[in-house]
Every structure is written in C-alpha cells, then in structure tokens.
Design a protein around this ligand. Structure first.
Ligand code: MG
Length: 387
C-alpha cells in the first residue's frame, strides 16, 4: 500500500462554521495521516475558497446552485444543495464524515452516510433529536457508526468505555446555564440577540448559542442521549455547572461517578473522536485544577427556563414530538436573531406548538420531514399573529 492510500479521508460538512474551525485545527495538529477529501459551506464562500486553497479537497459543496460558479476551479468537483451534501456524505473513498452542520439540514446526509457504512462524527444534534431511531437503524443496516462530537455526549462516551451497559445507573449532563443564568423572566424580557450570543464559557455558532441561553440546547442533548446511550429519558439528568470544566458524568449502580474534565475547547472532543481508541498530543496546554479552584453544581431553573422541561416532555411523548419541537425552535431562534420576536417568545412558541402537536410514529424519513414542514408553517403563523 502506498502512503497516500493509508491516509484517512475526512469529509467536513459545515466547514465554514465553528465546528469546521476546530476540526481544521485538530487536523493541522494531527498532520499527514489525514486528508480532507471534501468540504461543504453554506453561504460563506470566501471562507470556503480559502479553506479549499489550504486543504485541496477533491469535492466542494455550496448551499445554493446559483453560487457554484463562484468556486469554479477551487476543486475538481463543485456541487450544491442537499443533493451535493448527500454525495459528499457517501463518497466511496471517505473514511470519516464530520458533521458540523446546523439544524435539520443535516438529517438527510447523516442518514445517507450511515447507510453507506461511514463513521459520522456528529456535532449536529438536531437530526438525532428529530429522528434518532431512524439514524440508529441506518447505522445498523449500513454498518455506519455515530461518534458524538459535542462535548457532553463525547464525555459520556469516553466515561463509558470498557464499562457494561447493565452497570450504568444514569448519565448526568452538565450545563453552563448560559448568559442569562439566575435571571428572572422579567429580567429576560428585553434581552437582545447580542446579549444572548455572549456565551460565558463556549465559543459556538449563533443558533446553538441562543439554544444554550434558553437551555433548549441542553434539552436536545437529553433527547440525543436517549438514542446515543440507549437509555430511558428519566435516567438522564441535567446539572448546572457554571465553570464548564466537568463536561459530563456517568453514575454506575454501585453509586460510583465517573466524570470527564478538561479545557473548554472543542478541539479536545473532536481530536479524540478522530484518534480513538488512541490519544494524541494536543496543543492546548496542561489543565490547571488549582487555577479553576472551585467547581459548583446546582439544579436547573425550570420556571425561568422552560425549554429544558419541554424537551423532557417531547422525549416522553416520543414519535414525532421532538421533530416538531426542533422545527418550531429553529424558526423561533431565527426570528429572535432577526429581531422579529423577543427572547421569551422562543419558549412560548415552542410550548404552544408542542402542546398542539399530534404525535405520529416515526416510521420513515418522509414523516419526519412532513412534521418538520408543518411545524415550521405553524411557527411562522404564530410569529405573524404575534407581530
Ligand atoms: Mg453541548
């Protein structure tokens, strides 16, 4: 085998976003063992062109077909849209697909990649919330695998290595509490998108940062964990941990807890997802426990941050309920960022739409997309009525 054939071919979906940034830093650090085969970016084509120049992928995919021309010559193949993402996710030469997409758009390519037997390193949690069962089925039938990239499920995945599932009592997800921790509802009434985007510990994209401010992000992680770790939702707990040093914990039947600690940097879980079961040096420096000094833990505030409980409700309702809630939330967050609705309207809209949702069984992907479309329509009507 020649050296080139031994390289691991990586596909980066959502290359121009925050997960893309961290992934490329990890790949720089890991060096010549990895090759970027393909990358996608939605609208930030200048950034995509720069990345293509640096990494020389064979395939690029942009959000819209009318913009393909802007990247002519930047790679051998320039594709677009959802069909382009599907091609990238299933390239025969691909060994690993990093999914750093945002929202429901990641569902189809993830499903396709798993069916094609790919390892998918998944930061994009919405597809798992929407259709976790279908993704697991696809992985099983196609031989693919989901590796969680997000810091909390990645921490749990690491804590469970070498353990027996039967010995697991529960998992405990940590939450930073976001920028509005300890605020009352009246104190959040007039907060601006800029304030919501000012996360205390993690640097992330806009959508997930707003989800962190409402605690919806943590709720989605709860639903995600039911699928990834095959647990009923009442065995997944959330604790507020302001320092974001403990990335999550697991508790075993004997009462022992294992926690994963480390720097608040996405390169850490991403690198391990790529190198596991081995570990590699990372240029992040040593972690200083004494500098951190104190770790604090407290109960989430379900009254002022109702989105977390909405996710527990949706998880208990099962079927299409999480998909409907996810779609409502995507519309609500976009409207909040556009200045069309207030911060508290996000949870109000989500609550109203979930209450009205008629749960269906998730028998196929078409059902999920139908529910997604209906919930988006209803969410937009909710916003029009409010205006
Ligand atoms: Mg997370």
């Amino acid at each position: 085998m020649d050296a080139a054939a031994e390289k691991k071919n990586v596909v980066v979906l959502g290359a121009t976003g925050s997960i893309g940034d961290s992934t490329f830093r990890v790949l720089e650090n890991l060096g010549s063992e990895y090759r970027v085969l393909a990358m996608s970016g939605g609208e930030q084509l200048d950034r995509l062109a720069l990345l293509a120049k640096e990494w020389e992928p064979q395939y690029l995919c942009v959000g819209r077909s009318e913009r393909v021309g802007e990247l002519a010559g930047a790679a051998e193949n320039v594709l677009s849209g959802e069909s382009g993402l599907d091609v990238l996710a299933t390239l025969p030469e691909a060994d690993l697909v990093v999914n750093g997409l945002v929202g429901a758009i990641g569902l189809r390519p993830t499903l396709a990649a798993l069916r094609a037997g790919k390892i998918v390193a998944m930061a994009n949690k919405e597809p798992i919330v929407m259709a976790g069962g279908l993704l697991l089925e696809a992985a099983q039938s196609g031989g693919g695998e989901i590796i969680p990239l997000d810091s909390e499920p990645n921490a749990i995945w690491q804590c469970l290595k070498g353990e027996e599932k039967a010995d697991l009592e529960r998992v405990i997800l940590t939450a930073s509490g976001g920028p509005f921790f300890a605020r009352s509802r009246s104190e959040m009434e007039n907060v601006t998108p800029a304030e919501a985007l000012n996360h205390p510990t993690w640097k992330m994209g806009a959508k997930i940062t707003v989800d962190s401010a409402t605690l919806m992000n943590k709720g989605f992680e709860v639903i995600e964990a039911t699928w990834l770790f095959d647990l009923p939702i009442d065995r997944i707990d959330v604790v507020i941990h302001r320092q974001s040093v403990v990335h999550s914990l697991v508790e075993f039947v004997d009462g022992a807890l294992l926690a994963h600690l480390g720097k608040t940097n996405m390169q850490l879980p991403i690198q391990y997802a790529l190198t596991h079961p081995r570990r590699s040096q990372a240029p992040l420096g040593r972690f200083n426990l004494v500098e951190v000094g104190q770790l604090t833990f407290s109960e989430p505030d379900g009254v002022n941050f109702p989105c977390l409980d909405l996710c527990y409700s949706a998880g208990e309702m099962g079927g299409t309920a999480p998909a409907a809630l996810n779609a409502a939330n995507e519309v609500a967050v976009a409207a909040f960022l556009d200045g069309k609705i207030g911060f508290l309207d996000i949870s109000a809209l989500n609550s109203d739409l979930l209450a009205a949702h008629q749960v269906r069984r998730v028998s196929d992907i078409e059902t999920v997309f139908q529910v997604d479309a209906e919930a988006r329509f209803a969410a937009n009507r909710w916003i029009e009525r409010r205006a």
